[in-house]
Design a protein around this ligand. Sequence first.
Ligand SMILES: [Mg+2]
Length: 278
Amino acid sequence: MDESSTQLVVFSDLDGCLLNKADYDWSAAEPMLRRLEHLGVPVVLSSSKTVAEMTELRHELCVPEAPFISENGGVIHWSDSLLPQNEVSTVPAENVATATSRSMILKVLAELKKHFQFRSFVDLGVEGVMANTDLPRDKAELACQRHSTEPLLWDDTDENVFVFRTKLTEHYLTLTKGGRFWHVAGHATKGQAMRQVADRYRETTSRGITTAAIGDSPIDQSMLDIADYPIGIPAVDGRLNVDVDPHRGIVASKDGAAGWAESVGRLLDQLGFDDGNQ
Ligand SMILES: [Mg+2]
């Protein structure tokens, strides 16, 4: 398909990509975000953050109405125009579709609590989350509004982690270690969610679509693997923590928002976008 005539859709991670790692500043990417808006290129944000956190961020970034992916692929927040018509009955209120529901995870954890020592977000509450993170109250409240994953503090022995993980596997759940918290989730990935959103865009246009995916860490790899144009953003120390296919991909020369803007600019040049706004 002639890519110059297709609809470009950009999928992007937030922390370390569109937002700088240290200060969450995104001002270096703002002109490029506005250029994409002018070109009618949707930017689908994809992050570990909750729907509540991302709804606020999307407002701050002034990203036009587009679906977004939260909780690392566990949740898709559909926009009204892209709501899958054949799935309307399965998409709950407020356009939020979950791969694995948090209520199911909490049910399993309530059972496992009889045998293991841990405190998840639902036990900690907003006060406990504030005490164990550097989040202020308003941000902690948004982080607690979860749909598809549950972080927890492990208070049991190292050996018991393996038993705990096996028990979770029996319920088709996964356990991964973040910084301080462990995360209980289903098997959704950012890439699977990206594929669903891309398919929906494909259904709504006769032009065909071209996808780009921007990421900086292994959790983004599933998006980069299926994108027509994978884009890797290096860490602050210059190291690249994702694999980018050299035949179709772009690696930014800078970290964070500056690297995001630079690499998207290179992509637009490569695809022949000429909007007189170089
Ligand atoms: Mg990141």
